[in-house]
Design a protein around this ligand. Sequence first.
Ligand code: SF4
Length: 244
Amino acid sequence: MPVQGNAAPPSGSGPDEAELVRTAGQLRAAHAVGPPDLSGRPVDELVAAILSQHTSDHNSHRAFAALKRRYPRWSQVLDADAGEVADVIRCGGLADQKAPRIMALVRELPRDAGGEPTLDHLAGMEPHQAHSYLTSFAGVGPKTAACALLFAYGWPTFPVDTHVHRVARRLGWAEDRDTAEKVFEILSVCVPDYLTYDLHVGLVRHGRGVCRPRDPRCHACDLQDRCAYRAKIAGRHDDGGAVI
Ligand code: SF4
């Protein structure tokens, strides 16, 4: 599993460092990306990443807060009733799917001396090892694992969610047909460690507020001067062709 480093990017794929630095700066300014707010709690971040799927930040944060209020320690989730856990996180959406996934994950984690599920041993691993290790747990994919490492420790693994996937392809950093896994591979090689957090958070916010799925606000976008999608649209206007 590739992670950030000094390897050359795949031929013809991904932006160079100067482009990434410029983009990160623009996104930082446009979306008020602040310094990383790291939790130091990878189990929390894994659960939060599961709760964040297919819902808004607001709702997933509410669901996580409700879960922690009801079960202050993850060991309390081990023997909880699945229906009750689902009811607690109902405000986060897809509760009947997310509750069993969270419970299965917590049950699978190693325990500390006090019987608490723990991932503290991640601290002794290299980021790429930690990423591979986390994806060995049921229900933890590359994006969820990367989120946990980035937001717990600030480690340079680049989560590719639906927004990063879309914006990166529109910018021409990847091919239209590239999967999220392929974009993850490209960005993991291209993005320098020091830009990982800012670029990830900036691209997610950009995808939510500006480069929206159905109606991207290209006229208000700071990146429009070098966006492949924008250029394609302009070309179609010039040719009198259809606009996607
Ligand atoms: S110019 Fe349009 S398509 Fe390109 S990144 Fe900006 S909003 Fe997205």
